[in-house]
Design a protein around this ligand. Structure first.
Ligand SMILES: [Zn+2]
Length: 501
């Protein structure tokens, strides 16, 4: 809400941004939705097609049960209702990359409806917003048209490898109120899909594609008006979503100022536009078809699917711990700040597992969280590794952190040991030995501290006068005499000795 208000300040009339998103998620199956062709990305064009893909006469589609299972799993995680009966419909339209002349989809009886996803308000992360999900339904993907205009001729080639790939289309209510909120929703949705293992969500390869419906509700002297709805198609990065929506809000406002055109006026229909990334603007394409234009009808080649409540319950039981639950568990079990729990959970399940082992082995969950975020994640990033490829096990790193926790190593030395462990594959103890870091026992340390105090009577006087921090001057001297001393121990023992004087 605050975003909307802040945004509206710079315009002459206050308004609210209304956004609904349709997300197409490519499901992680080995074969297509209605045939056995492979879904592998990047193979030579038209090497993964069959008569079912091209809709040749006599070819019969058979539903991929795995695709259906993955879609039920997702819908349940999105708190959707799963009706007992769902069917397949043909969506008729002509496009060169759709040789059948129709797409198999779900129309009036989708496999799920009426769910929600909770997201953190981007401006106030403690506030949770519940975004309604109208439906999630399965459909097959179309092929790809590749336009080659480089040679000055308009040469279009068709690749049907993608034809028939299973897509789950997740449609939100128009509940999103800003471009930032749309991005927060997509980020949370993507994380959920990754945890569920239902999609690789690779946006470069088109595994996650977004269409955004956007318009404005503007307060005017004559009451509230709505601007015509524009659907921005095929946004293939979160950045494109944010920029396209920000652009479109501004464009719609100014168009309304110039023309006064609003939703419901004669001749005003929903428009489709595309995002031109090079120009950083949306471009109007055509008037949007109404669903009646598609002449949907039930696919006569496919039997309806029946799902029992018991099957849905079994899927629910097997979901595992999902991001929202995981975040709150990390916060309460390890006393982590919401921000830290969020960073860890956003890295995926394997990093969460690493963290939990590290927290247990180190005996200090907070320290484990700091080291994971600062040292481990930074190293992964620098070395382009996944946590599975990281050379230090959580248990091994835990030993190092335990030494820090016990005061046997200060933080600076611990970082050296960490680097050595990484470079040489040694344990914390081996690395300390290799680096010549040995623990200084308390009696040796006491002798050293006594010598320093004898040589620095002013420090003793200052501490006795209540200036405890004066003892800090001795730490540097102690380290010069013996580089292995722990600063915290020097401080503690000096104060003890002075107290006894
Ligand atoms: Zn096929």
């Amino acid at each position: 809400m605050a975003y909307t208000e802040a945004l509206a300040v710079s315009y002459d009339h206050p308004f609210t941004v209304i956004i609904g998103l349709e997300t197409h998620v490519q499901l992680l199956t080995e074969s297509k939705l209605f045939c056995r062709c492979s879904t592998t990305f990047g193979e030579p064009p038209n090497t993964q097609t069959c008569p079912v893909c091209t809709g040749s006469p006599g070819a019969l589609p058979v539903m991929n049960a795995e695709a259906f299972r993955l879609s039920v799993k997702t819908a349940v995680a999105l708190n959707c209702r799963i009706p007992e009966f769902t069917k397949w419909d043909r969506k008729q339209y002509y496009y060169p990359d759709l040789p059948k002349g129709y797409q198999i989809s779900q129309f009036d009886l989708p496999m799920s409806e009426d769910g929600w996803l909770e997201i953190a308000d981007p401006l106030n992360p403690d506030d949770v917003r519940r975004i309604g999900i109208i439906r999630a339904h399965l459909e097959e993907d179309a092929g790809k048209s590749m336009h080659d205009e480089a040679a000055g001729k308009s040469d279009t080639r068709i690749d049907l490898n993608r034809t028939g790939t299973p897509l789950l289309e997740i449609v939100t209510q128009p509940d999103l109120r800003s471009a930032a909120e749309a991005k927060a929703y997509l980020t949370e949705l993507k994380l959920l899909l990754m945890y569920l293992g239902v999609s690789d969500c690779n946006m470069q390869e088109g595994s996650l594609r977004v269409d955004a419906n956007v318009n404005l509700h503007i307060e005017t002297d004559g009451g509230k008006i709505a601007t015509p709805i524009v659907e921005v198609k095929n946004l293939n990065s979160f950045r494109a979503v944010e920029r396209a929506l920000t652009y479109e809000v501004d464009r719609q406002y100014h168009e309304w100022c110039d023309t006064g055109r609003k939703l419901g006026d004669p001749g005003v229909s929903k428009q489709t536009s595309g995002w031109d990334d090079a120009a950083q603007r949306t471009r109007l394409q055509r008037s949007k078809e109404e669903s009646s234009d598609y002449r949907y009808f039930p696919d006569p080649d496919l039997v309806p699917v029946v799902v029992s409540p018991e099957e849905v319950e079994a899927v629910r039981q097997a979901l595992g711990e999902l991001p929202a639950a995981l975040r709150s568990r990390l916060e309460s079990q390890y006393e982590l700040k919401a921000y830290d729990a969020d960073v860890i959970v956003n890295q995926g399940r394997a990093v969460v597992d690493y963290y939990e082992t590290l927290a247990a082995a180190s005996g200090d969950p907070r320290r484990a969280s700091n080291w994971l975020q600062q040292d481990v994640l930074r190293t992964l990033n620098e070395m382009s590794l996944t946590i599975e490829q990281f050379p230090l096990t959580a248990a091994g790193l835990g030993e190092l952190l335990k030494l820090v926790e016990q005061g046997d190593l200060d933080n600076t030395k611990a970082k050296d040991v960490f680097a050595h462990m990484l470079a040489h594959g040694e344990s914390a103890a081996q690395a300390m030995k290799s680096l010549g870091i040995e623990q200084v026992d308390d009696s040796a340390l006491e002798t050293l501290c006594q010598e320093l105090l004898d040589a620095n009577p002013k420090t003793i006087a200052d501490v006795q006068a209540g200036k405890m921090q004066a003892v800090g001057a001795l730490i540097g001297q102690a380290k010069k005499k013996n580089p292995n001393v722990n600063p915290a121990d020097v401080k503690r023992i000096c104060l003890e000795l002075i107290a006894r004087m």
